[in-house]
Ligand binder design. Sequence first.
Ligand code: NCD
Length: 305
Amino acid sequence: MRNLLNITDLTTGEIDELITVAEDIIANPEKYQDVCRRKKLATLFFEPSTRTRLSFEAAMLDLGGNVLGFSEASSSSTSKGETVGDTIRVVCGYADIIAMRHPKEGAPYAAAQVATKPIINAGDGGHNHPTQTLTDLLTIHRERGSFENFTIGFCGDLKFGRTVHSLVSALARYTGIHFVFISPEELKLPRYIIDNTLDKQHLSYEETNSLEEAMPRLDMLYMTRVQRERFFNEADYIRLKDTYILDPEKLEAAKPDLCILHPLPRVNEISVEVDNDPRARYFAQAENGKFIRMALIMKLLGLKA
Ligand code: NCD
């Protein structure tokens, strides 16, 4: 049995395979409509979600399977004091595969210790979000055709943004990528990612606080929301939340073929006027989430079309 807790649980070959299957699903959806017949996916969301939970559920339904689960901790027995371990043991008796999101870093690892069914980490606190990374990789692949030789800017909350942490560790395995980390001092990328990934693998990167300065050099721009729920202090959130707002004026200095990504939800960091710019790819990115999750569910259940 395989879990997906961290994006590095997958080899680059396995990621390529998932992308190939996702692209085939996009081209030939009817081939996959019964692959998961009579299988059940449980979505256990102890933290809010729109895209991740609904795209997992849509993925399982489009594979001909069924879904069950809860979308907030308060409607589950967690509110009575049940541990994650006990909840997981029980749900393993009801479902064939589990996607879980939890506010505590590492909770899916604890779940995997007791699980008898595959566990997918759908986001654990400020740590990781591997299925968003698969979504981002499918989007990059569809936009650029490869994972090599580009400059990517990550902008916003790089400290608490788990989607950034996972995507950086995935992209670290390819060659010719230059990383530009754009954030205020207080929201810089965690030290452990710099030490254990970027420096350790001698990757090319820089840190800056100026989006304007970085813009002309970028091929991809990954915007992120300031993660209000992970702040200890509301005043800090209010001070930092609007540090970067991407608008048409800032895009004047960008390359004509820039690709703008955002895991969503957006708050203020991309002005709605940018949505009509052909370089804005974040809604297409959200749609890709369903296809890559279909490929992932099939892989973890050992099923083929
Ligand atoms: C992200 C998350 O939950 O980390 N959302 C998502 O899954 N697309 C990003 C965010 O909440 O800012």
